[in-house]
Design a protein around this ligand. Sequence first.
Ligand SMILES: Cc1cc2nc3c(=O)[nH]c(=O)nc-3n(C[C@H](O)[C@H](O)[C@H](O)COP(=O)(O)O)c2cc1C
Length: 183
Amino acid sequence: MTTPRLLGISGSLRSQSTNTAILKSLCARLGDQAEMSLFALNDIPLYNADIETQALPASVAALKEAIAQADGLIICSPEYNYGTSGVLKNALDWASRPGFNSPLKNKPVLIMTSSPGVLGGVRAQSQLRETLSATLSRVICGPQIVIPGVNQKIQNGHFVDETTIEFMRAGVDHLIAEIKLWS
Ligand SMILES: Cc1cc2nc3c(=O)[nH]c(=O)nc-3n(C[C@H](O)[C@H](O)[C@H](O)COP(=O)(O)O)c2cc1C
């Protein structure tokens, strides 16, 4: 198999987002393990079935195409009020159409969450697993990648915690193994 192509999606639009910083650090540390690019959700409108029926917004078409072209996804989400961010849930709703036959179907997905608090966004992680199971994607099992105390692990906008970076790389190994299983 050629080098796996991974797509990273951050659940935060914030310019100084810790979740986006985590994904960027992971990108920089994958070496020849995989190729990885990020898709920013800033231009994705609120889901509206009327708009979807008339003409798919260009940003949504680009998101669905990027997911379709990727061998696997890596999602990194904050926790908002014990769930994932509305931004990410909204993007997954767009990407999940048509239901049960969308670009997310059979797509291997590694979920990661982070939080300034002690629980690392674990409740958002549960919700994401449930949502992605509805899209028939293949959520990676294994040790859950939750990143607590994230603000202490960022320096000058970069995620620098080596222990977590190695933990995430092990998660990517699981993701690649799942990709290879069905390729
Ligand atoms: C509306 C809102 C709700 C939040 N709810 C939670 C929460 O339930 N649990 C938690 O750990 N952090 C919560 N936070 C804090 C976020 O985890 C924190 O703002 C995080 O850094 C956002 O991610 P980002 O840096 O990628 O933008 C909340 C923040 C906001 C704005």
